[in-house]
Design a protein around this ligand. Structure first.
Ligand SMILES: [Cu+2]
Length: 371
């Protein structure tokens, strides 16, 4: 409570990577060619300690970029495809990534988003990356001669505090032919082998025809607080943690509209429990793209300046009906600028009816016991 940003800023952070046999049969890079990239900014004092400054509860911005904890590293790569798992682990800084070789932009094939593989790969020349979003990106180094340098460049999305040191994150140095050419492909299409996540099969027209519940959440600055529909987590505390802003039934599909009416900041919005499809986006009231890299199952969405984003999801567990526990209970939605979350842009919603069950109460629930 109120200290998440400091805790996250001080680290450490790791990545928990999940595979399944269907994904491993696709021929996309695996093993030592499947590399996590945990990207964040930081600011250091001369003695090496971290400097934490939240700029009046608006955001923490560093002048050094770290990749897996290392400032501006270089990675040696072979002439073949690699799969990179990008996580933006910054407290407040968003990125827009472009890979550059000399003066030319190198195509990046996005194959996965927060919740797993996309229905089909998307080739991009750059992509916007908010805090906590995950993207899986395949890069092909096959055509580059030895000692070619490719630089992962940040195009500096607006409303971050920028420094020269945040314009580049790392570079790749090509050295040598591939020592293995197994799993060196990206299929153009894999829907037969890996069925798309259910949320990716929704269409707004069909959902509206079914009359699914729609809700609106406005992410707004009010009375020096970061609020959702004018409310903050303090309202949840004052209610003894019972106040909920939404109450979908277990298994319901809903459309949530998330809007940011300001041009002065952006909010990467994270919804717990569910995976959603981004149905649409508007900016300044005009149609704006759902970007190619966002066309996969998501649990964080970049709600940019003056943007309104509509998302659709089912309030169920990852494999409802297949022996997984039912998801009833209270879950949170919050801005993933952790300074905004701390002050106090977070709400909870209730799935199903569970309030009489003391095991579901965050204050009185039994503590976890060792297995
Ligand atoms: Cu925010």
């Amino acid at each position: 409570m109120h200290h998440t940003s400091q805790n996250a800023y001080n680290g450490l952070a790791g990545m928990y990577v999940l595979h399944d046999r269907r994904e491993q049969a696709l021929g996309i890079p695996q093993g030592r060619y499947d590399v996590p990239l945990i990207l964040r900014d930081a600011m250091f004092a001369t003695d090496g300690s971290l400097i934490y400054n939240d700029n009046g509860e608006s955001g923490v911005y560093g002048d050094v970029l770290l990749v897996n904890g290392v400032p501006w590293p270089e990675m040696v790569v072979e002439r073949r495809k690699y799969r990179f798992r990008f996580l933006n682990a910054s407290v407040s800084r968003s990125f827009e990534w472009r890979l550059v070789a000399g003066s030319s932009s190198v195509p990046m094939t996005v194959i996965g988003t927060d919740a797993g593989l996309m229905p089909r790969p998307q080739v991009v020349s750059s992509f916007r990356h908010g805090m906590a979003e995950r993207y899986e990106v395949v890069v092909d180094f096959a055509k580059y001669p030895d000692n070619t340098l490719l630089t992962l460049t940040n195009l500096l999305p607006k409303n971050n505090i920028d420094y020269d040191g945040v314009k580049q994150a790392m570079r790749f140095r090509v050295r040598g032919d591939a020592t293995s050419t197994e799993n060196n492909a990206v299929p153009a299409y894999w829907e037969d082998a890996v069925p798309p996540a259910e949320c990716m099969t929704f269409t707004e027209a069909a959902l509206r025809e079914q009359g699914v519940h729609e809700r609106e959440f406005k992410f707004i600055r009010k009375n020096s607080r970061w609020t959702i529909n004018g409310e903050t987590w303090e309202d949840v505390i004052d209610s003894e943690y019972t106040h909920c802003m939404a109450d979908p039934a277990e298994g319901d599909v809903e459309i949530w509209q998330l809007s940011n009416t300001s041009g002065g900041w952006f909010h990467p919005v994270h919804i717990h429990l569910v995976d959603f499809q981004i149905l649409s986006r508007t900016r300044d009231g005009l149609p704006a793209p759902v970007y190619a890299h966002e066309k996969g199952p998501k649990d964080v969405v970049y709600v940019g300046e003056n943007e309104t984003v509509r998302v659709a999801m089912r309030f169920a567990g990852p494999a409802a009906g297949e022996g997984w526990p039912t998801p009833h209970g209270r879950y949170m939605m919050h801005c993933h600028n952790l300074v905004h979350e701390d002050h106090d842009m977070m709400m909870q919603f209730k799935v199903g009816d569970h309030d009489d069950d003391p095991r579901c109460d965050p204050i009185t629930a039994d503590r976890a016991t060792a297995v």
